[in-house]
Write a new protein. Structure first.
Length: 196
């Protein structure tokens, strides 16, 4: 299974730079370094999104066109303590504005590191998502770094915690951009969302 070819076409540091809403969008958000940009590359079989082992690399909202059928949207990470306060507040507002105003947004994916689960920064972020009444689905990333004997238990714990959220889709998705586990399943979900 393949997605249409991905190409970067817009980066926005302020809402007025968001591109027009002519195709459905799927957005990826989460703590710095959780693997958002890597996941977009894995989904598209490309290296078009820049990735780094240092948190805070993606500093604007990046829009990738999949053919001219839909967009994948890469967000700056939240919860990154090393970025200066002003920059952090800016990204936070930018992401909030995107989430609460973007009509073409078909699904918000909130990424969590499978090893760490829902941290305080995630709870704060999810509170904002809930306030904006945006439906979201969790993606647990880097599942190659969790021992297979621990995976089921961790998955259950997170699923249990999700019951506290009104706008959460019940079942998180597990992926690894490294081993490609879960990538085809996620591609199928994306294609279903944009075609349905
Ligand atoms: P920011 O843009 O800084 O918010 O980070 P990001 O969420 O875009 O993370 P990025 O994709 O840049 O990845 C961060 C680090 O995690 C990089 O060193 C990646 O190689 C690594 N990484 C990403 N996905 C995986 C994965 O599935 N498994 C493992 N083991 N490492 C991963
Ligand atoms: Mg990134």
């Amino acid at each position: 299974l393949e997605l249409p070819r991905l190409s970067f076409f817009a980066g926005a540091q302020i809402p007025s730079s968001f591109p027009k809403e002519d195709v459905p969008e799927l957005a990826f958000v989460g703590r710095s370094n959780v693997g958002k940009s890597s996941l977009i590359n894995a989904l598209g079989d490309t290296t078009t999104a820049r990735t780094s082992d240092k948190p805070g690399l993606t500093q604007q909202i990046n829009f990738y066109a999949a053919g001219n059928i839909f967009n994948l949207v890469d967000m700056p990470g939240y919860g990154f303590a090393y970025a200066d306060e002003e920059a952090r507040l800016n990204w936070k507002k930018l992401i909030e504005t995107y989430i609460s105003t973007r009509k073409s947004l078909k699904r918000l994916y909130v990424l969590l590191d499978a090893r760490h689960g829902i941290k305080i920064a995630d709870k704060e972020f999810l509170m904002m998502v809930e306030k904006s009444r945006t439906k979201f689905q969790l993606i647990l990333t880097k599942c190659d770094l969790v021992l297979s004997k621990d995976i089921a238990r961790r998955y259950q714990l997170i699923k249990e915690e999700l019951k506290n959220y009104r706008y959460a889709i019940e079942t998180p998705i597990m992926v690894s951009s490294r081993t490609r586990a879960g990538i085809d399943k996620l591609r199928r979900d994306l294609l279903f969302l944009v075609n349905g």
